[in-house]
Design a protein. Sequence first.
Length: 405
Amino acid sequence: MKISKTTLALSTSVLLCGAVAFAAEPKTTLFSDLGAANYTPDGMTVADFDPNVLYLNVPNFGRMDADMKKADSAQGGYLVAVAKDGSFKKVLDYPILKSTGQCGPMGLDFGPDGDLYVCDNQYFHSKDFQSRILRVVFKDGKATGEIQTVVEGCKLANGIVWSGDKMFYTDSCFDLEDGTNGIVGSGGLFMIDAKEATKAGRDGVAPIKISATPDDPRCLAAPKVVKLGRGDNTGADGLAVDKNGVVWFGNFGNGFVYAVYPNADGTYPRNQEVVVFDATKQTGVDAGAFKGVRLECCDGMLYDAEADRVLINDSCNNAVWAFAPVAKGQKVDPQIVLINGDVDGMDGLLDQPCEACRFGDKMIFANFDWPFPGLKNSKVDPPGTLSGIDYAVLKAQYKKADAKK
């Protein structure tokens, strides 16, 4: 029998699934070396009008000096177009916000108008509600260079997903302390209708003014963060919407996962988020080389429509988890599908993965590579990198995880 390289790889390594270790641990490989000027890559998306281009935001946070100025790069960061062979070109420099001299482009997604909506995270430069949602105007499938402000007043704009006629985004830090049992009110999930979002900031219409608090009428959910071992207060981060319109989001600081289920008429309730994964109740992996690994960090999330799975990028453990969506009243069961040690990313292994994106026959992961306390990643080591894995291999991982539950 002829044994393919893929078959050999799958049969000679180890996959961790919950508390079980068994054969098959595929690893990611280097998809793109972005060069030393493009570090801390973040949000990624592929437009329906051109499946051959991966749009990537590169905020270049990782090598800021003592004054929080970005080293060796434009202060606004870049929008980059990546091809299927891993080659890339810069599309544009993001314009800086006058009050901070910076722009921090992170999550991005195309709206129903064909324009690109971008979270500008200003939190690292100002905590005074300077973050925004921007619009990169496209025409005939190309960025025109015009950039408009859609939403103002965010605290830490982070993830963004369009689903039908609704724009969802996460604000990761409200910085609201309540002083009880290590619990803080930190971050929330927001929703804005397309008819409002697509008009704001152009043709004489003013940007939408947001109050980055749980009291804002556009804030769907603002769960409190229970401090775990890392003591990180950062809240709502990763965000995905599944085929049934369920909005899944997770906390960067402790790995809790939440769901907001739509009403029968397609509307969404406020303040009715459901805890579908309680990080305080997990036992962690108890076998194999990664004994003791726990899900305690939800960075970027992605709904994998083909497999009906939600991926969680675990920046803490250099890992990726996956779970199958569940009906209201049930709990999700995240399983590790990819994990590795502290690396520099040049061998293609995960180097603080923050976002995932399906791109042709591969799943791509952006390596943020900017360590915070308690993360496995220990240092910034340019250049920026994107990791990749054949989608067929990743999809096989889901099935193996299901079989071992």
